[in-house]
Design a protein around this ligand. Structure first.
Ligand code: SAH
Length: 478
């Protein structure tokens, strides 16, 4: 993070603004809106600035900037069109340890202005750390259209009832659950519709009616997809930002874990080192224990929780203990890796069915129903197949699958470091060794693999060149 986003209380602080033109005026308006007192230094003032100075009773020094203009000041802004003056102001302010901003010159500034969405008392600030103010402004425009103008009223309503709710619900979890039901339900909708009085009546009623015991814990079993955070579902994201505790697997990428609520307790239950992995039993108990304490527990799993994810086992205990839960599907590795590697799992010409298999069976063997797998128009996707890759290839060949059947290995699929290794049934074991392929990797077997060269649009590394296929223009990734 280049800059720390903070919200600064300017009330009655004296701020120095050097410059009297349009640029300076924009900053002056902001400072005044935030309650700052203004000292404006400039030999002359533009029309707008002159008006602002007059209307707000600002101190105006009609002269060139000199260092004594900094006396008694708490914040400094330089917005002149003279580079030398701006540099002087920046250097002098820094020497005195004063926060300084030179408009559009992040390298001369100790703080920068974000793009702002003002729904006071709710204020949203967006910054590109000075890299691209235009991008920040575009994002602001998108947020503006997403966030109803009446959001400020909602914040005010919450503010009015904060103390009452605090008295009513002793525990922070209960208070959070109460506010979430207010802010995500019909009361918020009433405020957005401009019916503030009705919203207030509804809130009072909810406060009277809700029993404190209604807010017990629950568990969300959520699929986090194969790695790329863009592949999360909206619901996954919402629950990630709501949960008090997060239990996540080794397969869940750090960027995704980072998107969980800042103050949520995050527990890694599947460290890469096997010694530190929590046994499944222990995880099941932990879910129950935490939920019984009234926590909203997020069990975040790679891919889809119900595809080789042992999600079913985790739910058994919850059902037994009557703990409420919900399951959120995720994009499974097969879909994610196939799409990012340009391999359609089915295709009218090559495969009319697809089969997901695990290369790692319960008793540590790999005893798949080989005969059933030898079908010409079928795609096989093997999860956890790396350890038994020799055995898998040998058995498929022994049961009649042609040695030259196309195979793709996708390592760390959908992530920036994705590798796609193309070969055939005969060459795969050697390729795995030569290319030092590591888990998580997925094996895709079948004729559809041939389409990889035409359809790959993801810019991850690949052993075969990524040709500009016809999807190239339609799906730019970065
Ligand atoms: N529930 C998960 C699968 C868990 S089993 C899902 O639906 O995707 C773990 C196996 O999934 C790994 O051994 C690997 O074969 C596969 N896998 C998961 N994420 C992957 C990724 N990003 N790239 C390649 N394979 C992946």
């Amino acid at each position: 993070m280049e800059f720390l986003p903070i919200f600064y209380n300017l009330k009655n602080q004296l701020c120095l603004l050097v410059g009297g033109g349009e640029v300076a005026h924009r900053k002056a308006s902001l400072l005044v809106r935030a309650g700052g007192r203004l000292r404006v230094v400039s030999p002359e003032l533009g029309e707008e600035m002159a008006l602002l100075v007059k209307q707000n009773g600002c101190e105006y020094r009609a002269k060139n900037y000199s260092v004594d203009d900094l006396d008694g000041v708490g914040l400094v802004i330089a917005g002149t069109d003279n580079v030398q003056v701006n540099i002087h102001v920046s250097e002098d302010a820094r020497q005195r340890g004063l926060p300084v901003n030179v408009v559009d010159q992040p390298h001369l500034s100790s703080f920068i202005f974000p793009a702002i969405i003002d729904r006071s008392p709710l204020v949203i600030a967006v910054s590109s750390s000075g890299e691209s103010p235009v991008l920040a402004r575009l994002l602001r425009a998108r947020l503006e259209s997403l966030i109803p103008g009446t959001y400020g009223n909602l914040a005010k309503l919450v503010g009015r009832f904060r103390d009452q709710v605090k008295t009513r619900f002793g525990k922070i979890n209960q208070r959070r659950a109460f506010w979430e039901s207010v802010l995500q339900g019909p009361i918020a909708e009433m405020v957005f519709a401009g019916k503030n009085e009705l919203a207030e009546t509804m809130l009072k009623k909810l406060l009277d009616d809700t029993s404190t015991s209604e807010y017990t814990g629950e568990v969300y079993l959520v699929g986090a997809g194969p790695g790329d955070p863009d592949l999360l579902t909206f619901r996954a994201l919402r629950l990630m930002q709501q949960a008090d505790v997060v239990l996540y697997d080794r397969l869940v990428s750090p960027q995704i874990v980072d998107m969980c609520r800042r103050d949520a307790n995050r527990i890694n239950v599947g460290k890469a080192n096997k010694k530190h992995t929590l046994p499944q039993e222990e995880i099941n108990h932990m879910l129950v224990r935490l939920a019984k304490k009234g926590k909203r527990v997020l069990r975040l799993k790679g891919g889809d929780p119900f595809i080789f994810g042992r999600g079913g086992e985790e739910l058994d205990q919850l059902m037994e203990q009557q703990i409420p839960f919900q399951v959120v599907p995720g994009i499974t590795a097969a879909s994610g890796c196939a799409a990012y590697a340009g391999i359609p799992l089915t295709h009218r010409d090559y495969a009319q069915s697809v089969r997901f298999l695990t290369g790692h069976l319960k008793n540590n063997t790999c005893d798949l129903p080989w005969d059933e797998l030898i079908h010409k128009n079928q795609t096989l996707v093997i999860y956890m197949g790396l350890i038994s890759i020799n055995l898998i290839c040998e058995n498929l060949i022994a049961h009649g699958m042609p040695v030259n059947t196309h195979v793709a290995l996708v390592e760390r699929g959908t992530l920036p470091e994705q590798r796609v290794i193309i070969g055939n049934l005969g060459s795969l074991p050697t390729l795995v060794e030569q290319k030092n392929v590591k888990p998580p990797s997925l094996v895709i077997i079948g004729e559809v693999v041939q389409l990889h060269d035409q359809l790959a649009w993801f810019k991850g590394s690949s052993t075969s060149p990524v040709l500009p296929g016809k999807l190239n223009n339609e799906c730019p990734k970065i």
